[in-house]
Unconditional design. Sequence first.
Length: 238
Amino acid sequence: MTAVARRTRRSTGRLRALAADGADRLGQAGAEEVLAWAAATFPGTLTVASSMETSVLPHLVSQQVPGVDVLFLDTGYHFAETLGARDEVAHTLDVTVVDVRPERTVAQQDVEHGPRLHERDPAACCRMRKVEPLRAALAGYECWVTGVRREESASRADTPLVAFDETNGLVKVNPLAAWSADDVLGYGLRHRLPVNLMLSSEYPSIGCAPCTARVEPGAHPRSGRWSGMSKTECGIHG
């Protein structure tokens, strides 16, 4: 699917100033207030990034920005259930799902770097299949909205509601930063939103199929991501 038309992008300095202003204005604001500010501040230049683990974030943003672009990183390694959730979101929510694909297919990557790179060098695999494609896709926007939550991991504990993303050069908004997993679940149930059928107590955090394992009872929800490795993030969020 193709993205909606966007207006001319403002300078990096201006975007950095807008991020600082938003951080000051919003303080401990709720998700809806944060998104209302983002919609008013970045008309036509705002996008959502979604892994399709849930459809809560796309739905929330679409209430403020009907037809909003939802960037989905189609890595070539997703569970069938994740692709099914993407299709259902595209057909049932007022959004424009944009498939963001790597430069190389999985087969081409295997030829160039050897099979199962995700086992030997997961950081390189994530960089080529997630980080670099997303950076290219974000180049035409001024603001991206993510579903990062503080309770997800120690590395995300200080996630701000609004910040300037120095890596990608645009404003980053995290309206769900203070939400719990129960908050996300409750919102989805109240609004009868599409669900990734993989999402369960065994799979509470879903990424690419080769790097997502079942979670033992009582274990941290993200312990199934890159299980047995020191890696805890794909690199998109630091």
